[in-house]
Design a protein around this ligand. Structure first.
Ligand SMILES: Nc1ncnc2c1ncn2[C@@H]1O[C@H](COP(=O)(O)OP(=O)(O)O)[C@@H](O)[C@H]1O
Ligand SMILES: Cc1ncc(COP(=O)(O)O)c(N)n1
Length: 395
């Protein structure tokens, strides 16, 4: 109701009663009226009362999870509503008019954009879950976590890896999805093939509970850190197999760096933007809707460093590739760039952006963070962390 009232007002302000034709102008007039606004406010307060009463009852947890399911369905219904409006020949373009779809959901004050991060912890604070949380916050999304492994890490590299027991990985996912819910799931370091399988099982379990599950899944297939350290435990072959056969088919997008793309493609040499395009196309065949091959390591081997850091996005449905370019910044402080990029994409998708826009904006954010962090004095090693708050605080 609030959405209808808000839409009516926006459309009336945009002059739709004159331009929308007889059928729609009646709708706009009715929904922009003060009466409709008042009705929306009354319904809001009724719903609030309902929630308050339910959350003090005995079966609090049960009602909570029902309400959560309800809110997901409601959010989805609003998205359909938006799609409906966007397809109408009203001459009004919500996206071009600076009103991205998430603005509608936000205006309806439903729930904030949410990202569930399933990844490893980096004690050094530059990568992993720590980078993911900071990136989500920078993009205005609320993040929850399921930690898959603890790492002892700093600017010198990775000193130790301690995987979290599988049952406990599942329990974290269950706790979060059964209560807070999410719009996007982002996976990072999964460390073992058993952890990949546990994560897939955890996501499937929740998907089965809510039939209309439409969450987006961003998979950063973390295997090698920017500093070149392996982030996998023994059994690379099994890990790759489980990733490809179980996780990738569920993924909306996967974001391998060049060494990871090469491992996934049987050790293929990827040493040019053309080779990145071919790799992205071949990885699409493994099931994800989009593949983003990141080019931060393009000078690996004998290649000449280009002046550009180019990432290649391939869309499985069209087979088309798009390039995202930024100036290559000469610095050693690139620890966490991959995690930051993937979680920024997740946060922006949660806010309702389409894939190309989310990737473009995420890359701008990472480039800004790298540029602002070239002189950061944190740690004495070669791989320093970045300033994720570069828009607000100069270091
Ligand atoms: N020195 C750099 N200058 C500018 N952009 C970079 C630089 N290094 C990496 N990037 C960008 O950071 C993102 C992460 O890339 P990459 O380093 O390849 O992944 P990962 O951190 O997973 O190894 C990509 O968007 C890439 O283009
Ligand atoms: C716990 C953890 N997860 C991921 C990375 C990858 O980092 P990068 O983004 O630099 O590739 C890392 N170094 N540590």
């Amino acid at each position: 109701m609030r959405l209808y009232s808000w839409l009516g007002t926006v459309l009336a302000d945009a002059g739709a009663t004159q331009t929308a034709g007889e059928m729609y102008s009646k709708w706009v007039t009715e929904n922009s009226s003060a009466e409709c606004g008042q009705l929306a406010a009354e319904l809001d307060s009724l719903l609030d009362d309902c929630v308050r009463a339910a959350s003090t009852g005995e079966s609090r947890q049960e009602i909570g999870s029902l309400l959560n399911e309800l809110s997901q369905i409601y959010t989805q219904a609003l998205q359909h509503e938006l799609d409906f409006f966007e397809q109408q020949p009203t001459g009004l373009d919500f996206h071009a008019g600076g009103l991205p779809s998430h603005a509608l959901l936000e205006a309806a004050r439903i729930i904030p954009p949410r990202v569930l991060i399933i990844a490893g912890s980096d004690s050094g604070g530059g990568a992993g879950i720590q980078a993911d949380i900071k990136s989500c916050a920078a993009h205005g999304a609320f993040s929850t976590t399921a930690v898959t492994a603890l790492t002892a890490q700093n600017s010198h590299g990775v000193q130790g890896i301690f995987p979290v027991p599988l049952d406990f990985v599942r329990e974290q996912i269950r706790s979060v999805l059964g209560d807070i819910g999410t719009d996007v799931v982002k996976t990072g370091m999964l460390a073992t093939s058993e952890t990949v399988a546990a994560v897939v099982a955890g996501l499937r379990e929740e998907r089965n509970k809510v039939e209309r599950w439409r969450r987006l899944l961003v998979v950063d297939p973390v295997m090698v850190s920017t500093s070149g350290h392996a982030l996998l435990q023994a059994g690379v072959g099994a890990f790759l197999e489980t990733l490809k056969s179980e996780l990738f088919p569920l993924a909306t997008i996967i974001t391998p760096n060049l060494p990871e793309a090469s491992l996934l493609l049987g050790g293929r040499v990827i040493d040019s933007v053309a080779a990145m395009e071919q790799a992205a196309r071949d990885l699409c065949a493994m099931g994800p809707r989009w593949v983003l091959v990141k080019g931060g390591h393009l000078d690996t081997g004998a290649q000449t460093r280009s002046a550009e850091a180019t990432d290649v996005l391939c869309d499985r449905e069209t087979g088309l590739c798009q390039h995202f370019e930024s100036s290559f910044i000469v610095t050693s402080h690139t620890h966490g760039t991959g995690c930051t990029l993937a979680s920024s994409i997740a946060a922006l998708l949660a806010r309702g952006m389409d894939m190309a826009e989310a990737v473009g904006r995420a890359k701008e954010y990472v480039s800004g963070a790298i540029a602002a962090s070239t002189d950061v004095a944190l740690g004495s090693g070669a791989q320093g962390p970045m300033n994720h708050s570069w828009m607000h605080a100069e270091w």
